[in-house]
Design a protein around this ligand. Structure first.
Ligand code: 5GP
Ligand code: ZN
Length: 109
């Protein structure tokens, strides 16, 4: 079982922000911004490239709700998906990074 599936199963603790039947949002263990949330489907999907569009359609409003709950809808935030080796993906379970709480630089974090 991958590390995020273990978080979903409750085998590894996580600082949860929000969840429903299909998705979970929790704080990144090694935050790269004042607010750094990971948003995942509970069902294992390896990466963005293999994500069915139907899953994304349901994930979009969940991500928007997470932003609202943290009031990042007012101040703004950045979403990042690292996909595959060159993208720097380390955990092979689809996750959106939601970063906020400060004005982020661009193009580098
Ligand atoms: P990736 O490089 O795959 O896009 O990002 C993986 C992210 O997962 C990293 O930002 C890392 O800090 C985070 N992470 C790895 N293991 C754990 C964990 O056990 N718990 C939490 N909350 N975050 C984790
Ligand atoms: Zn998994």
């Amino acid at each position: 079982m991958c590390i995020f599936c273990k978080i979903v199963a409750g085998e590894i603790p996580a600082n949860k922000v929000m969840e429903n039947e299909e998705f979970l949002a929790f704080h990144d263990i090694n935050p790269k911004a004042p607010i750094h949330i990971l948003i995942i489907p509970k069902h294992h999907v390896e990466n963005f490239q293999s994500t069915p569009p139907e899953l994304m359609a349901k994930m979009t409003p969940f991500i928007q709700e997470v932003a609202k709950k943290l009031e990042l809808d007012k101040t703004g935030y950045r979403l990042i998906v690292n996909n595959g080796e060159d993208g720097g993906q380390e955990v092979m379970h689809l996750h959106f990074h939601m970063l906020g709480g400060a004005k982020l630089s661009w193009p580098y974090l």
